[in-house]
Design a protein around this ligand. Sequence first.
Ligand code: MN
Ligand code: MN
Length: 247
Amino acid sequence: MYHHVKELMYTVHVDTPDPRFGNMLLEQFGGPNGELAAALQYSIQGLNCEDGERKDMLMDIGTEEISHLEVIGTLARMHLKPTKKERAAAEDNPLISIVGGGGVGLVNSMGVAWTADYLKISGQIEVDLRSDIAAEARAKITYERLLNFCEDPGSKDALTFLMTREIAHMKSFMRALESLGKDPLEVGQIPPDPKFVNKYFNDSTGTGPQGETDARGPWNMDGFEYEESPVLASVSRTVASRQQHRR
Ligand code: MN
Ligand code: MN
């Protein structure tokens, strides 16, 4: 059950409204990594979750994201307000000024409508938690980029709060995943085929424009059998058989 309290989770004030910046803020309102997507992803994962403890966390964080939606929506609206009356600001964004009357809508910064396709809901808690960790990382970097283009102290303050909360959520999701007590590579029930699970195929070869060559590291060394690309092996077999035919 939901209840609305007439108070923002974090106080928002804008010193100088900047309609173009307000438009960029819509990424976190109706964009793929925005607050509505986060709120609905976690809440619906929670609805599907049969693990009561993790369900509680998903509902807590999903609900907090709705409060973030309210904060970012309020902030974006403060910046977009001039589009209501000022011709130059209105011309910059007719979708906001003419269709939306200077208010926020569920679109991204380019006017693309929000879609449920943004949500990742698998019905498997260790899979959902990984999607949630990734979602928080994307939200964090989006806020960071917005902050890099922001000069208004009041807006910076609110954006820093929202960015920080995403890291806090990321921490909870990571801890919740660890606390399942599963091996980090254990997903679902069916074990992977041991014939293929420890192979690394060198499928990208040669030297790149920046001098990149085949790299070795923990991602293809420890516990991995390093094999040349199956394509290269098949090409060399084809070449060998053609040479045999010619003889
Ligand atoms: Mn958030
Ligand atoms: Mn979050």
